[in-house]
Design a protein around this ligand. Structure first.
Ligand SMILES: Nc1ncnc2c1ncn2[C@@H]1O[C@H](COP(=O)(O)OP(=O)(O)OP(=O)(O)O)[C@@H](O)[C@H]1O
Length: 679
């Protein structure tokens, strides 16, 4: 049967552009039918893949799209092709962002800013808003007709296109060949690279001194001072405030004599050579002061680095580095799981591995995020280059900074000759994995953002930028969007690292994988030839447990049980205490279901997820494979009992049998995941 998808868009223009985009991607493979709500809609759509151009049309099409349809709401991204025009608008210009919906205008402005296109000031506008007469430039994603008539310069950014994630979802839905995903990923990466080039050209044109100072001030945990051509202090940061006991308000505008007592230091700071560094004792601590003169701006900039702190940092860093391996150890084969959601996650990860863009791996603790990072590196073109994993929450800010960026020779007394490379340099050509990215300080977020924008780093105490070629993978279990809202995470960094996104599911959403994981881990845990076994009646309990610590917790529980069992099969006696309590509570609620009944419910759920069709015979086979073989007669009896208890409804004839809401509640499964289970 020919594959077909229906695209539902709001306007004719969007419909036309997105249809062209999808057509150019899928060619002959998928037939595309499209409708715009402003034109006419079909009477009813059923049993089909339907792609919405945006969540905004949901309401308008709800009577047309029947429940049997698979709906994908498209994520949209700006059309990179048109960005040049926007970049050529002069810095600081007020620009009206015109769109038919205010939410979309806000969304798009956010995307533009996150991509670093923030040299202009955006004002969102949609029909009905008061017309801002002072603004003379407008940009719009294809809505030229809505631009107020007094505006001279109208830039059409074109309709926003469907993003790569949505395309992958469509590829997945139709189970299209891997070659298509690879080709798509390549094309997408090329677009990102082109954009980055355009951005870096544009930033070269931007004002030099402020940018430069901002970089230095933001990026280094040192005292920062700037003095202008007439000898007045213009920058005096917080570290210097602490060092001198003077406030920034007091120091700025004064001469060096007003801020420092040390005559040698003042003489050093006012020397005319381009660049110099020297040691000074300030408030009983040794400081290395690094001074450089920016000729074009007739300004002296100096950094003050505390040597004691840096040395401690170095010691800790060295011992830490020694412990570290620089190779990836796991491939996708090491990631166990045959549930549908896990298979999908692995498939997407494999596709993303083929690209070059950063990936944000999101998931609860212990779900296997690090494992995925290793596997992505192994499946990428960087396989023969280093893989370095850094846990950002395990290191102090200073240590992490030196770990990532390295330091320069002479940065402090006893510093290694030639300086020391940070992991960004050491993993050149390879992949760097930053775990717990939600825990890095705002200061390091700024530094990391620049690395991602410019693909170059500057060592601590260094003054030259070193180009790097590293793919960055990051992981977190934190809600970064919430962190952005409260100002704890930079939105621009978020959009940089989340160019591609992978969600690793928690264990409780793939309980079908538990039997397989149990047997694999028990095998790993066996010290002799005989592999420990878990009594089968415990399986349902394991499948009902919430596993807040996910796979790591499962591994730990089994390790505990093996340790306390002393070689006999693992029973409830060997469970850790919190499990014992849970079991008692569980018993009270679940009196009515025997473990065999729970087992059959689990089998129905898994067979459904596998999508291979469900029959009594299949259930029998499943129970055999999963440790508690039941006969067909037993399955029939159990199913009758389950029906009597209201866990399944057996319909006569072609209606099949369905799991009820009671069963879904019982298994703590979301209903939308398991609709229409037929037995
Ligand atoms: N699918 C899997 N198959 C086999 N082992 C797994 C799987 N997922 C995780 N593990 C194992 O579980 C443990 C935790 O995995 P990992 O460290 O990758 O999780 P994480 O999500 O990065 O955790 P954290 O958020 O705490 O850093 C590791 O021992 C890992 O080998």
């Amino acid at each position: 049967m020919k594959r077909e998808l229906v695209l539902l868009a709001g306007t004719t223009e969007t419909k036309r552009t997105l249809t062209n985009q999808l057509q150019s991607i899928f060619g002959e493979l998928v037939r595309i039918k499209s409708y715009a709500t402003e034109e006419s809609l079909p009477v009813s759509l059923s049993n089909q893949l339907v792609v919405y151009s945006s969540y905004l049309i949901k309401e308008e099409v709800k009577n047309v799209v029947q429940q049997s349809c698979k709906v994908i709401i498209a994520n949209r991204t700006i059309n990179y092709e048109f960005i040049d025009q926007l970049l050529s608008v002069a810095e600081g210009t007020d620009v009206l962002y015109v769109n038919d919906f205010l939410e979309t205008a806000h969304d798009s402005i956010r995307t533009l800013k996150a991509l670093g296109i923030n040299h202009v000031t955006y004002t969102p506008y949609h029909p009905g808003d008061p017309i801002p007469s002072h603004i003379n430039v407008a940009i719009t994603p294809g809505e030229l007709a809505l631009v107020p008539s007094h505006i001279d310069q109208k830039i059409n950014l074109g309709v926003r296109l469907i993003d790569i994630h949505t395309i992958f979802k469509i590829v997945d839905y139709f189970e299209l060949p891997d070659s298509i995903s690879t080709e798509l990923a390549d094309r997408y990466t090329k677009e990102i690279i082109d954009l980055t080039k355009k951005l870096s050209n544009a930033s070269q044109k931007a004002s030099t001194l402020n940018r430069y100072l901002m970089r230095v001030v933001d990026g280094v945990n040192d005292g920062i001072l700037a003095v202008n051509s007439v000898g007045h202090i213009t920058v005096f940061n917080e570290i210097l405030e602490r060092l001198t006991g003077l406030s920034h308000e007091f120091a700025v505008g004064k001469t060096l004599n007003a801020a420092f007592k040390n005559v040698e230091l003042i003489r050093f700071l006012t020397k005319k050579d381009i660049e110099a560094k020297e040691y000074f004792t300030i408030k009983h601590s040794p400081y290395m002061v690094h001074r450089f003169y920016i000729k074009s701006e007739k300004t002296v900039v100096a950094t003050f680095k505390n040597i004691d702190e840096t040395l401690d940092m170095e010691k800790a860093r060295r011992s830490d580095l020694q412990k570290k391996g620089y190779v990836s150890k796991y491939t996708f084969d090491h990631i166990l799981g045959k549930s549908k959601v896990m298979k999908e996650t692995k498939k997407i990860a494999f596709q993303l591995a083929k690209t070059e863009a950063p990936i944000l791996i999101y998931g609860e603790n212990g779900t296997g995020k690090e494992l995925f990072a290793h596997a992505i590196h192994q499946a990428s073109s960087r396989i023969n280059s280093p893989f370095v994993a850094i846990n950002c929450s395990a290191l102090s800010e200073d240590l992490l900074e030196s770990e990532l960026f390295g330091y320069e020779e002479g940065a402090f007394t006893g510093a290694k000759k030639g300086g020391k490379k940070g992991v960004f340099e050491q993993s050149d050509g390879g992949t760097i994995f930053l775990d717990e990215i939600g825990d890095i300080s705002i200061k390091l977020q700024a530094r990391l953002l620049r690395v991602l924008q410019e693909m170059e780093i500057r060592r601590i105490g260094g003054d030259k930028n070193i180009p790097i070629n590293v793919r960055v993978l990051v992981a977190t279990n934190k809600n970064l969007v919430k962190m952005i809202e409260v100002g704890e995470f930079r939105e621009d960094l978020y959009h940089r690292i989340k160019v591609l996104y992978l969600k690793v599911p928690p264990l409780r959403e793939r309980i079908e994988d538990i039997p397989l994981l149990i047997s694999a881990f028990l095998e790993q845990l066996s010290s002799t030839d005989s592999v420990p076994t878990l009594e089968t009646y415990l399986y349902p309990l394991f499948q009902k447990h919430q596993w807040k610590g996910n796979i790591r917790e499962l591994k730990n529980v089994l390790q505990y049980m093996v340790a306390v069992s002393g070689g006999v099969p693992l029973t409830e006696e060997h469970l850790p205490t919190d499990f014992q309590i849970e079991k008692c509570i569980g018993k009270k609620q679940d009196d009515q279901l025997t473990s065999a009944m729970q087992f059959v419910l689990s089998s129905i759920l898994e067979l459904h997820h596998e999508g291979t069709g469900i029959s009594r015979k299949k259930i029998v086979e499943w129970t055999k494979e999963n440790g508690e073989a039941l006969s067909e007669q037993q399955v029939r009896t159990i199913m009758r009992k389950l029906a009597e208890l209201g866990f399944i409804v057996i319909q006569r004839g072609r209606g099949g049998t369905e799991l009820t809401t009671k069963a879904l509640d019982y298994m703590k499964i979301k209903e939308e995941d398991t609709l229409h289970l037929k037995v």
